[in-house]
Design a protein around this ligand. Structure first.
Ligand code: WT7
Length: 592
């Protein structure tokens, strides 16, 4: 079935017109410096993300506007005005000061969508510390690896997450001096922790943001590669310029809008578009503390009068699975713009949006490294279902053919001009939210560039009119429910099990989650594969990695395919599992 291009949405009565109405003109006139100026300057000078997103609204007399509306599991609403968030963030900056934290130190959270997470984020930014979120569904291993690489000095979390995920690995984290628990105080505090609310109560609610160099580091977001440890992508304060601009152009955020981003704040989307971009645009964010629930989500969209909704393909497919009838319980007459990110969005999903909400989903593309949306379908332009859209104004993208040396390092990148030709999606560096490096891994950072292009690791095509179409990843990284999973991180944990000699981990296609994790395991002599051991291994992996990363299924093999240098050939495992052509097997060890 082919899908026809959908004409640009027309505004309904009372709706503002699209911010980006004329794509070509916007691209021609766009200027990062002009955008930078729109964000104002903190009194002490420089450019501070927390000032641009939160404090400047207070300074401009809009402090009473609601910045965040939390919806608890029991559906109690809790509002935080911009002024209240600003004051709480100032308190937290004072807390950090009192703890002896220095500018540039890393402050982590391990939490779900709780107010303290946002207070920590903006407090750390005001203070000049670097903020890094950890996904609350991670197990102790991924938590430890990221805190270790990041040299986390402060961690804000809950008592239960602390006991389950941090305590078992705390002796590996000598840099972690301060653990602040949001839900404990006094005698109930576990040893080695302090009370977040007690420290906050004792701190002043005013803080003068020190002059912040726009290049000073603000955020550390971990992402996964195919080999080696997680990579900490570093972002500077000036990234907020890109958050603000893309919030306007790609999400069509108008000041005063009600906006809902469903991403978890443990990942980059939940920070870039679940906190910074929306607040920099002066909207009211809806933050639902509950996990996915179709009926609840429809109710939120309708009752909270959401104008702009940013969600993900897995969620859209889960909604689709439950049928249109469930959606019909409400009217969505305030819903103006629907957008999606994180994984390929099927054309069926785009069109389903139109059928159920009267608006199509607008796919957008970006990565942890790019910090902000790079390619998008715009509200004011036609939508090509199945396409990621076109580069946002200020961004130059290309499809490039990459030449690599024997070790796989890129040595040359040449733009492909013929339309509909597959190549690697590349970007011209220079936009404000471009990552500034991988913490402690300069070599890996350098390998992301060739001939002046940033290489995304995604394969794509561009059609004759400039629309980009996703083809697949160039590497073995797994995308499951929008989360990037490193096969290496999963393999490393499986190898710790006494029965496992070798492990190869791949992503298998899944109709809802996009991909699910499957592990192939070679056992040590004396161990026999079977359902029982498979369950044991899954349990073992879940305990250490958490449910989000652990394999869903395990297969035993007496001989995994390896290269002559001993590396497991994941690509071949996948091809064999799916009955695809095996491709180039010239490096395969003989007889496998
Ligand atoms: C990878 C980046 C999405 C930003 C936050 C997560 C895949 C992203 C799309 C899309 C197809 C997509 C790519 C990309 N991806 N958006 N619209 N269509 N694939 O960032 O965890 O660093 O993941 O997600 O493979 O490289 P991330």
């Amino acid at each position: 079935m082919s899908y026809e291009t959908l004409a640009a949405d027309s505004s309904r009565p009372g709706e503002p017109t699209a911010i980006l109405e004329d794509y070509e003109r916007a691209c021609g006139t766009f200027d990062w410096d002009e955008t930078r100026r729109a964000l104002g300057r903190p009194p002490a000078g420089g450019l501070n993300m927390a000032h641009a997103a939160v404090d400047r609204w207070v300074v401009n007399g809009l402090g009473n506007r609601i910045a965040m509306r939390f919806i608890s599991r029991q559906w109690e609403r809790r509002n935080y005005s911009y002024a209240a968030l600003s004051g709480q963030a100032s308190r937290f900056a004072n807390v950090l000061d009192g703890l002896g934290v220095a500018a540039g130190d890393r402050v982590f959270t391990l939490a779900g969508r709780i107010p303290e997470l946002y207070v920590t984020l903006f407090g750390a930014l005001k203070f000049g510390a670097v903020y890094s979120p950890l996904f609350s569904a991670f197990g102790p291993e991924p938590v430890a690896a990221r805190l270790e690489i990041g040299g986390g000095r402060v961690l804000v979390t809950t008592t239960s997450l602390y006991r389950r995920k941090v305590l078992p690995v705390r002796n590996r984290l000598p840099a972690l001096e301060h653990v602040l628990l949001v839900d404990a105080s006094g005698a109930e505090l576990p040893p080695g922790t302090r009370s977040f609310p007690e420290l906050m109560r004792a701190a002043a609610d005013t803080w003068r943001i020190p002059p912040t160099d726009p290049e000073a580091l603000a955020l550390l977001h971990f992402t996964s590669g195919t080999t080696g440890k997680p990579k900490g992508a570093m972002h500077a304060h000036e990234a907020v310029v890109a958050h603000y601009a893309t919030g306007r152009y790609a999400l069509d955020l108008h000041p005063g809008d009600v906006y809902w981003c469903t991403a978890d704040p443990g990942w980059v989307t939940g920070i870039s578009y679940g906190a910074i971009a929306p607040l920099a645009n002066g909207v009211t964010m809806i933050i639902d503390e509950e996990e996915f629930d179709a009926a609840r989500w429809y109710r939120i969209l309708a009752e909270e009068r959401v104008n702009v909704w940013y969600t993900a393909p897995t969620a859209i497919r889960m909604l689709m699975k439950q049928g249109k009838e469930l959606a019909a319980a409400h009217h969505y007459d305030r819903l103006r713009h629907l957008a999606s990110v994180g994984e390929p969005l099927n054309p069926e999903g785009v069109v389903w949006g139109k059928e159920v909400f009267g608006r199509p989903f607008h796919d957008t593309w970006w990565q942890t490294e790019t910090g902000a949306i790079m390619i998008a379908n715009f509200r004011g332009a036609e939508v090509r279902p199945g396409s990621m859209g076109r580069p946002v104004p200020g961004i130059e993208a290309a499809i490039v053919r990459v030449r690599r040396d024997d070790e796989g390092n890129p040595v040359a990148a040449e733009p492909v001009t013929t339309p509909d030709t597959e190549g690697e999606l590349a970007l011209q560096p220079g936009w404000p939210s471009m990552f500034r490096g991988y913490l402690g891994n300069e070599a890996r950072y350098r390998r992301s560039f060739a001939d002046g292009w940033y290489l995304s690791g995604d394969m794509a095509k561009r059609d004759g009119d400039g629309w980009y179409w996703f083809v697949g990843r160039a590497d073995d990284v797994i995308k499951s429910a929008g989360h990037l999973i490193s096969p290496f991180e999963v393999e490393s944990v499986l190898l710790e099990h006494p029965a496992v000699a070798e492990a190869g981990v791949i992503g298998l296609p899944d109709p809802v989650a996009g991909e699910v994790v499957k592990a192939y395991v070679e056992l040590k002599p004396g161990h026999a594969g079977g359902d029982e051991l498979a369950l044991q291994l899954i349990g073992f992996a879940r305990k250490r990695l958490g449910a989000a990363l652990a394999p869903r299924s395990i297969a035993f093999s007496s001989q995994l395919p390896r290269t002559r240098s001993g590396k497991i050939m994941r690509r071949l495992l996948r091809a064999r599992e799916l009955g695809l052509p095996e491709g180039d097997t010239s490096t395969l060890e003989q007889g496998k």
